[in-house]
Write a protein that binds this ligand. Structure first.
Ligand SMILES: Nc1nc2c(ncn2[C@@H]2O[C@H](COP(=O)(O)OP(=O)(O)O)[C@@H](O)[C@H]2O)c(=O)[nH]1
Ligand SMILES: [Mg+2]
Length: 353
C-alpha cells in the first residue's frame, strides 16, 4: 500500500504548516524531493533528528523534516498555500494518497468517541472546555455508555434510564464545548450595552457612542465567561407599543432574542422607567437584569431587583459575569464526569431511551 499524506495544521494561511507522510515507504517518497542542507541523504540521519533542507525543484521550498521513522515523516514548511500545494502535489506524483484530516483522526482511534473528542479538542476555545473534552478523550463517556449497555443487558431498564437521563442532563454543556453560547444584551439605546460588552470582554471592541441609537449593526465579541466560550452581541430594546421602530427591526430583535442562550436586559439606572421597560421585563422573565450607570444618581422610584453595574468604572461586572455563567451553566459537570458532546451521541442516547 502506498503511503498517505495529511495536512496536520488547519487549512488556510498560517506561519507554518505541517504535512505528515505516513505508511510503508514514507521516508523514501520524501527523499525523492528533499535535499538536506548538509548534502547527506535523509536516511543517513538517525530517526527523530530534525533536518533542514529544501523540497522540490530548485531552488525548492525551505522545509524542516522530522523523520520519526521510515514510515512516518513530518514536513514543516512555510504556511502559505503555494508552499503546501507544491509539497502535496509532489507527494501525490510519487503515488502518495491525500487524506482529509478528519479521516486521518478517525483512522487513528478504534473508538469513535475518542476520535470525536480528538477532533473536538481542536475546536475548544477555553481551558475549561478543553479539560472536559480531554476527559471524554480519556474514556469518561465511553465508560458511561458501556455502563448503560450493561444495565440493558442485565435487564435493568430503570437503571439504564437513570444513567441516560444523567448524561442527557449534561448535553447543554456538551454541545457548547465546541460552539460558543449566545448571550444577547438588550435594552434601549444609550443605556450602556456596548460599554458593558467591552467591560465583560475586557477590551475595547464594541462601538460606544454618546449619541443614542448608534449601534444599529451588531458587533459580535468572542470572550469567555467563567471559562465558558461566549459570543456577546447587543440589540435595541423592543419598544412595545411604540411605532418608532420599523416592524422589520422589531422582528429581527425578536428572532435574535428567541435564539439567544441567555438574555441580559440592560436599563439605565439614572433615567425614569417607561412602560416599554416593564413590558420588556415581563416578556423575558428568565433574563438577567442589569441597572447600569450606578455611578450616576438614580432616578426616583423604588429600587428594582437586578444587578447594579457601572460599565464606566467596572463596578458590578464580576457579579454580572457570575450571573451569566450561572444562567448558562447552572450545574457545571464535576471534573472527570461523562459529557456527551456531539449530535450523534445525543441522538444515540435518545434512541436508546
Ligand atoms: N456614567 C456612566 N456612563 C456610561 C456607563 N455606561 C455607558 N455610559 C455612557 O453612555 C453612553 C452610551 O453608551 P453605549 O455603551 O454606547 O450605549 P448603548 O447604546 O446601549 O450601546 C456613552 O457615552 C457611555 O460612555 C456607566 O456605567 N456610567
Ligand atoms: Mg451600542
Amino acid at each position: 500500500m502506498s503511503p498517505r499524506f495529511v495536512q496536520l495544521t488547519p487549512p488556510g494561511r498560517g506561519a507554518v504548516a505541517t504535512v505528515l507522510v505516513e505508511g510503508p515507504g514514507a521516508s523514501r517518497v520524501v527523499e525523492a524531493y528533499f535535499r538536506t542542507k548538509s548534502g547527506c541523504p535523509l536516511s543517513d540521519y538517525a530517526a527523530d533528528r530534525i533536518v533542514l533542507g529544501r523540497f522540490g525543484p530548485t531552488p525548492g521550498e525551505q522545509v524542516v523534516v522530522h523523520r520519526r521513522s521510515d514510515e512516518s515523516v513530518e514536513l514543516h514548511c512555510h504556511g502559505g498555500r503555494a508552499a503546501i500545494a507544491m509539497i502535496e502535489n509532489s507527494l501525490a506524483k510519487e503515488g502518495c494518497r491525500p487524506t482529509a484530516w478528519r479521516n486521518w483522526v478517525d483512522s487513528r482511534h478504534d473508538d469513535p468517541i475518542t476520535a470525536a473528542a480528538h477532533a473536538a479538542l481542536t475546536e475548544a476555545r477555553t481551558e475549561r472546555t478543553a479539560a472536559i473534552l480531554l476527559n471524554q478523550y480519556h474514556g469518561a463517556l465511553r465508560r458511561a455508555m458501556d455502563e448503560i449497555e450493561r444495565s440493558i443487558r442485565n435487564a435493568k431498564p430503570q437503571e439504564a434510564e437513570k444513567q441516560i437521563r444523567e448524561l442527557l442532563g449534561r448535553v447543554n454543556v456538551g454541545l457548547h464545548l465546541t460552539r460558543p453560547w449566545q448571550v444577547v444584551l438588550c435594552g434601549r439605546p444609550n443605556v450602556g450595552k456596548s460599554s458593558l460588552i467591552n467591560a465583560l470582554a475586557g477590551y475595547q471592541r464594541a462601538i460606544v457612542h454618546p449619541t443614542p441609537g448608534t449601534t444599529r449593526d451588531v458587533v459580535l465579541v468572542h470572550t469567555a465567561v467563567d471559562g465558558w466560550p461566549v459570543e456577546l452581541s447587543d440589540t435595541a430594546g423592543l419598544h412595545a407599543g411604540s411605532d418608532t421602530f420599523h416592524r422589520a427591526s422589531i422582528e429581527l430583535t425578536e428572532r435574535k432574542l428567541a435564539k439567544a442562550d441567555l438574555i441580559v436586559l440592560v436599563f439605565d439606572r439614572s433615567t425614569l422607567w417607561s412602560k416599554d421597560d416593564y413590558a420588556l421585563l415581563q416578556s423575558w422573565p428568565g433574563a438577567v437584569v442589569v441597572h447600569n450607570k450606578s455611578d450616576l444618581p438614580g432616578a426616583s422610584g423604588a429600587p428594582k431587583p437586578g444587578i447594579a453595574t457601572s460599565a464606566l468604572l467596572g463596578h458590578g461586572i464580576e457579579e454580572l459575569t457570575a450571573a451569566i455563567a450561572d444562567g448558562l451553566v447552572p450545574d457545571p459537570p464535576p471534573p472527570g464526569t461523562a459529557v456527551p458532546f456531539t449530535e450523534e451521541q445525543v441522538e444515540w442516547l435518545h434512541r436508546v431511551l
